[in-house]
Write a protein that binds this ligand. Structure first.
Ligand SMILES: *Cc1c(COP(=O)(O)O)cnc(C)c1O
Length: 357
């Protein structure tokens, strides 16, 4: 029996996409082979990559002059690829709003002057610094942000406007809300949160920015090379791209990013309203910056938190344990989490509060 899976990543995927993969697993597109057995140079596979790319373009309305590429190594490898492709002047700004943002900033320091211009660690990353008060560095090659903070559950309500190109790690929220791609120089996202199994990372980059990577940039990390080769410079993470393709088709069938955003806001609204009105549970993120993808909450007692996680699991609501550096609980309610899953969680929380509050 399938459970409601609230894991932060790898995480739940749309049932329709999983069933499609299952149905065609042994014979993909009349090839008599599974998609994991086909050469990546085979026409049948090339079609998958090209269609996945064009769905990304269509669903996010990506302008023509942007590259859309599928690469390996997770978002963490992009922490290095960002400076290696963009830090020609040797300096970039970073806003540190969480654990992954901090890691990206630290990686940036390996390649040049990575200036931390904003930091919300003073309140355990429960807010986004006031964008009007930031002091951008003159001549910075880019400004790096993490648009949604997977671990602490905060997100940018709006995005910074500065002279330098904006680079955003959108791993835990890509395709969850409408964005204007041309506001960004580069967007990247590890797929295992909201798109596909682990193994593939999407990079969307304005082509004019990526023509001149640092000399030390490894060939594999050169976005320009990946773009020129249509994400097929070497063997790609074939199965993950295939699954991304199925998930994107499913997203299109469901009405695209706009419809998904409405559903996500509705789901998150139900959960936050419930938490705010309960006497037992608490979410500490400033309301304006609350994530609609990752909802952390605590009871105030570690013992009770542990009991909650264990009993929820028995009720078919799994992976609700908070990240090890935060504790408590976290419900990741990505695109693929149905409204019924959130309602089932609230029902369980109500019952648990009655019994333990
Ligand atoms: C999960 C996550 C990462 C790390 O992704 P990997 O694919 O494990 O490298 C980076 N940034 C954000 C925002 C994430 O949620």
């Amino acid at each position: 029996m399938r459970v409601y899976n609230f894991a932060a990543g790898p995480s739940t995927l749309p049932l329709e996409a999983l069933e499609k993969a299952q149905a065609e697993f042994l014979d993909f597109a009349g090839t008599g082979m599974s998609v994991t057995e086909i050469s990546h140079r085979d026409k049948a596979y090339e079609t998958v990559v090209r269609q996945a790319e064009s769905l990304v373009r269509e669903l996010l309305n990506v302008p023509e002059d942007y590259a859309v590429i599928f690469v390996q190594g997770g978002a963490s490898t992009q922490f290095a690829a960002v400076p290696l492709n963009l830090m020609r002047g040797g300096k970039a700004d970073y806003i540190v709003t969480g654990n992954f943002a901090k890691k990206a900033w630290q990686e940036g320091q390996l390649y040049g002057e990575a200036v931390k211009i904003g930091d919300s660690s003073d309140k355990t990353y429960t807010y986004i610094p006031d964008l009007d008060k930031l002091k951008y560095s003159e001549g910075a090659d880019y400004l790096h942000i993490t648009s949604n903070n997977t671990i602490f559950g905060s997100r940018y309500a709006e995005f910074p406007k500065c002279a330098a190109p904006l680079v955003a790690d959108m791993s835990s929220e890509i395709f969850s809300r409408e964005i204007n791609v041309s506001d960004f120089g580069v967007i990247y996202a590890g797929a295992q949160k909201n798109l596909a199994p682990a193994g593939v990372t999407i990079v969307i980059a304005k082509r004019s920015l990526i023509q001149d990577p640092l000399k030390i940039c490894p060939t594999m990390l050169r976005w320009k090379v990946q773009d020129e080769n249509g994400s097929l410079y070497n063997t790609p993470p074939a199965f993950s791209i295939y699954m991304a393709w199925l998930v994107l088709q499913n997203l299109k069938d469901k009405g695209g990013v706009k419809a998904m955003q409405q559903q996500n806001e509705y789901k998150a609204g139900l959960l936050y309203d419930f938490i705010d009105n309960s006497k037992l549970y608490k979410n500490n993120v400033e309301k304006k910056y609350r994530s609609i993808m990752n909802v952390p909450f605590v009871t105030g007692s570690e013992e009770l938190d542990a009991k909650f996680v264990a009993e929820a699991k028995k009720a078919g609501l799994v992976s609700l344990k908070g990240h090890r550096i935060v504790g408590g609980m976290r419900a990741s309610i990505y695109n693929a989490m149905p409204v019924e899953g959130v309602k089932a969680l609230i029902e369980f929380m109500t019952k648990f509060e009655k019994e333990n509050g």
